[in-house]
Every structure is written in C-alpha cells, then in structure tokens.
Design a protein around this ligand. Structure first.
Ligand SMILES: C[S@@+](CC[C@H](N)C(=O)[O-])C[C@H]1O[C@@H](n2cnc3c(N)ncnc32)[C@H](O)[C@@H]1O
Length: 155
C-alpha cells in the first residue's frame, strides 16, 4: 500500500514548521538550481507531481503558465494548497503517483520536487510522464539526497 505519511498529524505539523512550508520556493534549497532547468512557461500546461502546498503551481501561473495541475496523495497537503490558492487555472487533485494516468501529450512541463524518491514503481511513473508530455516537453525534478537525509554516524 502506498505510504501517505503527510496525512499523519504529527508529521504534517512538523512539515509545516520547515522553511519550505513557511517561505515557499524561497525556502527550498533546491529551487535556485531547479529554476535554471525550467522552460519558458508563457501559455504552457504544467503538471506538478507531489505538489504539496502548491507553491510551484502558483509560481508557474505567475510566470505565465496557462494552467497548472497539482497532484498529491495527501488530503492535508491538498487542503493547504487549496486554502493558499485563488486561481481557476490551478487544479489540485488527489492522485497516488504509483498509479498515475494522465492524458497523452497534454503537458509542456511535468515538474516534481522532493517527491519521486517516495515512488516504488519509478519506471512506471516515468513512462506515464513521458506519454503525458507534448513533443519537446520537459520533465524537471529533484529528489532527496542522502547528504541531507542520511542518519549521522557517531564520531
Ligand atoms: C517533501 S514534500 C514536497 C512538496 C512540494 N513538492 C514541495 O517541494 O514543497 C513530498 C510530497 O509528495 C507527496 N507524495 C508522496 N508520495 C506520494 C504518492 N505516492 N503520490 C502522490 N503524492 C505523494 C507528499 O504527500 C508530499 O506532499
């Protein structure tokens, strides 16, 4: 069964204290690097896998994207995203990325930050992304790195 740790009250509360939750993309250490990989977004269709609070969906729209679809398995994260968003061109949808199905050739950009490391069937997800991208479309993602997440060894 797919994990959904973000709907655990303690985890959700802890996550809400992080810089990326309080300050959004400006508080996300990977954002400056990820931003350099993004295509021009004017009028483009964007999907955000594991959208969390929806920071990227909102940023994409401010950058001119025509639409943004934010997908996440966590009801709590989606509720927070919805509470922070007033934009009819942004849709948030509950979706387990282990079973992702998207319309073919529908998106110019599939974006995902700090989510793909949760996915057991990564090959299946990447195939779903590939078929959902328009020709020339781009997948831009980050994942957690052990340099941040590995338990510290006693000295
Ligand atoms: C570290 S948070 C990142 C949120 C957001 N992308 C950001 O950068 O702030 C990871 C997100 O991935 C979501 N997630 C984890 N496993 C998932 C799955 N199987 N399907 C959909 N979303 C998932 C979590 O619910 C959470 O919102």
């Amino acid at each position: 069964m797919t994990q959904n740790i973000y709907d655990t009250p303690e985890f959700f509360h802890g996550y809400s204290q992080l810089n990326r939750s309080v300050h959004g993309l400006a508080g996300a250490p990977e954002w400056p690097s990820l931003q350099t990989l993004l295509p021009e977004l004017a009028g483009r269709a964007v999907a955000d896998l594991g959208c969390g609070y929806g920071w990227f969906c909102r940023w994409a729209r401010e950058a001119g994207a025509g639409s943004a679809l934010g997908l996440d398995v966590s009801e709590k994260m989606l509720a927070q995203a919805a509470a922070m968003t007033a934009d009819d061109a942004i849709e948030y949808r509950r979706q387990d990325l282990e079973r992702l199905q998207l319309p073919p050739a529908a998106f110019d950009l599939v974006y995902s930050s700090l989510t793909l490391h949760y996915i057991a069937d990564l090959a299946g997800l990447l195939a779903a992304c590939h078929q959902a991208l328009k020709p020339g479309g781009r997948l831009v993602f980050s994942i957690e790195h052990p340099i941040f997440m590995a338990a510290r060894q006693p000295q």
